[in-house]
Structure formats: C-alpha cells, structure tokens
Ligand binder design. Structure first.
Ligand SMILES: [Zn+2]
Ligand SMILES: [Zn+2]
Length: 321
C-alpha cells in the first residue's frame, strides 16, 4: 500500500485537465457516447475506459491519439471497451515510437489480442498489456503514479486514482538572497532540491530556502459498482472525482441489484471523501438531457460541488495553493 509520496523535482506548474469523451452507460445516445475520460497532463494523455464513440470525441476535441501513453480499463463490459479496437487501428495512420500501455482487469489481454487478430489490425508500435492481479500501484510515471482499487460489480472491476508526487515547498527568494546565492541557475537548482554554493563558498541546502512540501493533485475515476464505504477512503482528498451516478434515488434498490449506484450515493462518497469536485458519469439511457437535472439536484443536496459531465466537457484540475 502506497503511503508517502516522494517530492517531485519537476518544475511546476503543469497543466492538468480532464476531458469527458463519453458520459453514457449501457447504450449510446445521439449526444452521449459511452464512458470514457481522458486526462491530459502537460501534453501527455491518459485514457480511462474507452466506450463506443471515444474516437469521435477525441477527433472533435482535436486531441492527439499518439500522445496517449496509457489506457486504464475499469472492466470488460462492452460500454467501457468497444471503442478501444478502433482507437488501436488509428495507429496505421500515425507514427508512434513509444509503447502503448493498456492496464485493466483479467481478460483484457484476451480482448485486445482477439480484436487484433480477428480484425487483421496492422499495428506498427508496441502494445504492453498489464492485467491487474491485485489492487495497488499499477503505473508509475514521472512525478505521479496511478493506483487501482477493487470495486463491486457483476465482474472484476477497478477504480483508479491518479496522484501526483508532492511538490517542493514554496521558494523564499529573500532568504536565498540573504544567504548570498547569486540569482540565476543556482536558484533553479535549489528549487529542484539541490544543494548549491553561495558566493562566499558556503553550502546552501534546499530546506533552508523552501517551505514544507506541498501536495500534488489527485484525480479519481470510479464507475460500475455498488456504493460501499471503502470507496471514499480510496478516493479521499481527490481534487476531481469522476463517479458513476447512473440512477435517481427512487431506483436505489434496483441499482443495488444491478451492482450500480445512484447519483445521490456518488455524492455521499464525494462528501465522505472530502473531494473538491464531483462529476457524475455513466448515466442510464433512460434519462434524457433534461432528466439529468434531477440526478444533479439529488446529488447537490448532499454534495453541492457536483456537476454533470457531458460529452466533450473539459475540467481543469488546479493546485489548491
Ligand atoms: Zn457500464
Ligand atoms: Zn459494467
């Protein structure tokens, strides 16, 4: 279990944004593709599920497929993975040097490999598929990691938490000046955590000129599950939580039987987890765009910082300080 993040040496700030590529569950609607969320961190892309229509939204948003480093899959139900083969076929039109990682539940490799074989896909780059055998960190990038945790659905299903490393503390220029370090590259080194020499030859350590480390940002993706208390612990403190809000309160019993949750239950999780913002996703096709307002109202009554995700909506994820 991951407890302590290292302090990143990357120079901040970096942009972090979530793009909703598809907000629907079960069945696509004319204005609602199936579940897919894309996270962009300073030009690098990470995809969370790829339901039908994912590729259409990517095109409309002018996001470059080539920049997707990792695809995280919650589970192998059609409304979460049928957009993937089309995405992989896009590769015949672009050059790509880096491998593509696909991380998901058992049988995701079988699904990808069968699609490749049966559809005679010409793929000119490496695909690395990693099936999750137990919850924990499943991907480690530069300055962040992604952790998977178990959900409770009708088949193995995982939620994901994308968490940045801690950032260096606030830089105090007046202290640096007082210690006699010449302004310029040495300042950048101190900010990046290196010890430097002052003009008089004495050593100046980063901890002398930086405040305590500051937290990075946290994004969580939870869909297709019963509501249960441990979800809130897993996503605690997220800056942005994208969570299934499939049904209205009145259908809670039926949601539980189908191993799904209501918008209100998503809001309870967000409140218990102390997240900054919640976006509902994976709506039942029974709700028209207008009907979705009811889901929103029920959720906002519990957690006011709730929004409805809509196809191609963009959510910037900001630093707290
Ligand atoms: Zn689903
Ligand atoms: Zn499902």
């Amino acid at each position: 279990m991951w407890t302590q993040s290292p302090v990143s040496t990357i120079l901040y700030p970096m942009n972090l944004e979530a793009f909703i590529l598809g907000s629907g569950g079960m069945m696509p609607l004319p204005n609602r593709h199936l579940t897919s969320v894309l996270l962009r961190r300073e030009g690098e892309l990470f995809l969370f599920d790829g339901g039908e229509g994912t590729q259409v939204s990517l095109r409309k948003l002018n996001l470059r497929w080539k920049k997707i480093s990792v695809i995280f899959i919650s589970h192998t139900h059609a409304d979460h993975v049928t957009g993937i083969p089309g995405l992989l076929m896009l590769s015949s039109q672009v050059d790509r040097d880096d491998p593509l990682y696909i991380i998901g539940p058992p049988r995701i490799a079988e699904y990808i490999e069968t699609s490749r074989r049966v559809l005679d896909m010409y793929i000119n780059y490496e695909i690395v598929i990693q099936e999750i055998t137990e919850p924990g960190i499943v991907y480690q990038g530069e300055g962040f990691h992604v952790r998977a945790f178990s959900l409770r659905h009708t088949k193995p299903c995982f939620g994901y938490v994308f968490e940045e490393d801690q950032r260096p503390g606030e830089f105090h220029p007046e202290t640096v000046q007082a210690l006699g370090v010449v302004r310029g590259p040495l300042w950048a080194k101190l900010q990046a955590g290196e010890t430097v020499l002052a003009a008089d030859g004495s050593e100046v350590r980063p901890d002398q000129v930086l405040g305590p480390p500051r937290s990075g940002r946290k994004f969580s993706f939870v869909t297709d599950t019963l509501a249960f208390p441990a979800i809130a612990e897993e996503v605690a403190g997220s800056d942005f939580l994208v969570c299934e809000g499939m049904f209205e309160r009145e259908l809670e019993e039926s949601a539980r039987e189908k191993k799904h949750m209501t918008a209100e239950q998503a809001a309870r999780i967000a409140a218990a987890a102390g997240v900054k913002k919640l976006a509902l996703i994976h709506y039942s096709p029974r709700y028209t765009e207008y009907n979705l307002k009811q889901l929103l109202q029920e959720a906002q009554a519990i957690f006011p910082e709730t929004v409805l995700s809509r196809d191609r909506a963009v959510f910037p994820i900001e630093y707290v300080d």
